[in-house]
Write a new protein. Structure first.
Length: 150
């Protein structure tokens, strides 16, 4: 299978893109950059400006948050088909956490402009991203409550 066709099939298996027509998937696959990271390598750094959104195609990555005192806490582990980095792109702000490869990770990196165009032109993707953000807010709130009890 050709590289573009393989990337299209990988994207089709990601819930966010599952309903998109093949032509749109090809456009995403063509514009996305496939980036690999070795275990322990930083994918995005808390405080950095956004350079795009990422989708994990293979592997696992850890999400770390460093508080104002400099203490870092692991928040979660992300696996295949997970989108991340969208908050900073949507808010046009800095990265809110550090994401580090737990094992070898292969990602699709979608530029800020391509991601925002996808949201503008696909209500289904927009709704899925809103749902994802709401779920992450619930998870973050639960984690904060857990740490406050300590």
């Amino acid at each position: 299978m050709q590289s573009l066709e393989r990337d299209v099939e990988t994207l089709r298996n990601i819930p966010l893109f599952a309903g998109l027509p093949t032509a749109k998937l090809k456009l995403i696959a063509y514009t996305a950059e496939v980036v690999s990271f070795e275990p322990g390598e930083v994918i995005v750094q808390q405080g950095d400006p956004p350079d795009g959104v990422y989708i994990i195609a293979e592997g696992e990555a850890e999400v770390w948050l460093t508080d104002t005192s400099g203490e870092s806490r692991r928040l979660t582990v992300m696996t295949s088909n997970t989108l991340f980095g969208e908050t900073a792109v949507l808010a046009q702000s800095r990265r809110t956490a550090t994401v580090r490869a737990k094992e070898r990770v292969v990602t699709f990196k979608i530029s800020n402009n391509v991601f925002l165009d996808l949201l503008r032109h696909s209500a289904d993707i927009g709704m899925q991203v809103l749902t994802l953000l709401a779920k992450r807010l619930e998870q973050t709130t639960a984690l904060l409550q857990k740490y406050e009890r300590r």
